[in-house]
Design a protein around this ligand. Structure first.
Ligand code: TYD
Length: 197
């Protein structure tokens, strides 16, 4: 099954994802943007370029997702593995819909979901690390354009829309807790998810 971790920058997602490696040694741990392909490198260039075109950036992230699916996610699932991805399609629906809010697109989130629908493999479950935008921006150091509090407030609203649309897919964890408590809560959530299968 495919389990994804989502949340704002500074929600502690990556720390949790790293800590889970020991608890699930047979699982495939992966991430978006990918860190081992030129598609991921292109995405990282866009993240660091304050003048990058937001629509072009959406397509770079989406290209990276297509490669991630065919090269990592689908083969691992075909092998019967548990796949745990640090960020996945919901990051595009939340972050790029916020980045394209004032663009010519009338309904950015619907558009972005639409271009994914034809080829993506939706997650079976998504663990959402919920944190307020101010804490998120302060923790992440607001070092890139996606980490500013005002932008993260829009991103969080988009995550809320996604949770509302598919409440059965999401497990919400309060990520303002201490890192230890967040990790305990995520481990318990993952146990419950796997027991349900
Ligand atoms: P990530 O590598 O998770 O952040 P970190 O540097 O904290 O490990 O993601 C990099 C940035 O890219 C982050 O600000 C979120 C953003 N992002 C998007 O805007 N859209 C996407 O589809 C993804 C996967 C990430």
């Amino acid at each position: 099954m495919l389990v994804t971790l989502e949340g704002l920058d500074g929600s502690g997602k990556t720390t949790v994802w790293e800590a889970l490696h020991d608890a699930y040694p047979d699982a495939v741990f992966t991430r978006e943007p990918t860190s081992d392909s030129w598609y991921g490198e292109a995405v990282n260039r866009a993240i660091d370029d304050d003048g990058a075109d937001p629509l072009a950036t959406l397509f770079l992230f989406t290209a990276d997702h297509a490669d991630h699916l065919s090269r990592v996610v689908r083969p691992a699932l075909a092998d019967g593995k548990l796949v745990v991805s640090d960020r996945y399609s919901d990051s595009r629906y939340a972050y790029q819909a916020a980045a394209l809010r004032d663009s010519d697109l009338r309904r950015p989130m619907e558009y972005i979901r639409g271009i994914h629908t034809a080829f993506t493999r939706p997650p079976d479950k998504t663990i959402y690390l919920d944190v307020d935008p101010e804490t998120a921006a302060a923790r992440s150091g607001a070092t890139n354009k996606f980490e500013q509090a005002a932008y993260l407030a829009d991103v969080r609203e988009n995550y809320e829309r996604l949770v509302e649309a598919e409440p059965e897919r999401f497990v919400r964890i309060d990520a303002t807790q201490s890192p230890e408590d967040v990790l305990d809560a995520v481990e318990a959530a993952l146990e419950a998810i796997l027991a349900e299968q």
